[in-house]
Ligand binder design. Sequence first.
Ligand code: 0R9
Length: 662
Amino acid sequence: MAQTYDAGKIQVLEGLEAVRMRPGMYIGTTSSRGLHHLLWEIVDNAIDEASNGYADEVDVTLHQDGSASVFDNGRGVPVDTHPTLGISGVEVIYTKLHAGGKFSGENYGYSGGLHGVGASVVNALSRWMVVDSFRDWEHWQMRFASEYDPALKKVTAGIPQGPLTKIGNTRKKGTLVRFLPDDTIFEDVRFNGEQVARRLQELAYLNKGLKIVFTDERVKDPALRQKTFHYEGGIVDYVRYLNTGKTVLDDTVIYLEGQRDTTIARIAIQYTDGYTESMFSYVNNIPTGEGGSHETGFKAAFTKAFNDYARKIGALREKDNNLSGEDFREGLTCVLVTMVKNPQFEGQTKGRLGNSEVRPAVEAIVAEQLAYWLDNLKNQDVATQIVTKAVRAAQVREAARKTRDNARKANQLEAAPLVGKLAASSGRKPEDNELFIVEGDSAGGSAKQGRDRRFQAILPLRGKPLNAEKKRLDQVLSNEEFRSLITALGTGIDESFSLSGLKYHKVIILSDADQDGAHIRAILLTFFFRYMKELITAGHVYIGMPPLYKVQKGSRVWYAYDDRELSKMTREAGKGYLLQRYKGLGEMNPEQLWATTMDPAQRKLMQVSIDDAAQADRLVTILMGDKVEPRRDYISEHADFNRQDDFELPPEQLKAKENQER
Ligand code: 0R9
């Protein structure tokens, strides 16, 4: 039953000063991530209105003046007067902390971790905010701004610039919120259009039928300014999108849906002919990259249902052991969406669902719905294909285990050849140690001579290592370059990967700043992504940045890492300087390599993170997989031919963020 708004329901806790004093407490960080958090907060409110069934369109606009606006075509934010406070609902929502039906736990069911802190937090961290409510055929508006408060001797924000005012009558309905983030709070107040578009697309997939129109008014080319995301198939469409460029086992997407108590689960599954498992789970629209109780419940029921089925059709006989979960998930692409009341997010990046009651709920939903699906006559063909694939996976897994055992034994016996390649560090503390994976023997030689051997180890790579995307684990393991790398790291691989054995807390990829170097980097990142994901998520993988230019004048030397730095340095140097462009690491002597690229005091490193695992997975497949067409499309769409390395895995895939180190 629909509840009607009653301004009295809003709980009022405290004022906005607290937010400006400790913004981190409310939005986590004042970095670019925190800035975007403001936008997601408002977008969440708009999407809530849509999930409640009152809106079917959300428009998000990034304006040229740096502000952002969000519109939903729902009921409009309430404008009536709060019975005890004597101010309007709009004012309560946007100026009082923790105000909003969400926190009384009645109007809104499902909200997320850092999300749901409330629109007032956005107001508190903005130079100005304008709220328009189109409700009951009336247009109401209220404006807020930051002001200097002489009594407090500081700037406060969210100050009403007048009462909630009726602008006139209207035929429109909905809510429009526009705000300008405060540049004295945020390190960088520019919204990242690509990042915003990506998340909006994800939200459109997760909210079936919702139309999201994104406009970036800062984009020059009118053809690229606006994007519409609208998926009638919801997560079924999402799975197909994620499998772009992969060969699917069958066109069928398995769709399961159900509810137990207050937990709702929706699942879409499609198999590819590949070997990797791609699982994307969400709780209340928030990605849970670290898994949790919902994933555990899903996996348990999924494995059981398919083992039962395998016995039923005779693919497993009485004496056979059950197949493992991994066997059934080989080649699986799955989107698991769960809606949970009061979710508890845990783990390093708050990406794991902790609620224990969710596991049995999801397990029961999947058990029931999957049994039903497997019973359906028209699904027998696909189901049989899946079982056949899993049986084969189990056989290959057994073979790989043997290869791995042999490789382990071989490595122990043949420690000498690896030692010959790897120049180990003398220090034995993994937290201080660094491993440089260096492209080419000659650069490897310079690095070995230039390094600080107390904590830096060098592993030169000969030629290009094999592309792990196209290979099965046993093939990866038979490749000498990868074997050396695995042995050097000490972590094991895939299922037997463990961070506890890691001998180097910084693993630094050092390759040339050209196409070949970018390719080698991409191959190594793909390998880590597929077989040692934790190495990336735990923040151990870095990309070393050799300089592109050397500027010399007399005895003074500058190194430039990009064209912008170069022009700054040549300006500084004035007339009569010598310019050298480095084409590869091999052109630097050991001293130069140390000074520019390896010395912790001077070098520039980029830390690799997986910001968006779903997108990363899709792009690894497109860029490294075996279908040419999606790769060509992607590259022609995204390549920037002014950049040397347009083959590089683009930043939105495996995100390299500049390390503070420099
Ligand atoms: C553009 C971004 N959209 C919003 O921020 C937004 C909030 C909002 C809303 C309601 C409707 N549309 C909205 N858009 C609403 C209306 C009613 C009851 N609950 C919610 C109603 O008319 O009965 N609200 C968000 C918070 C609240 N309303 C409140 F409950 F706190 F007031």
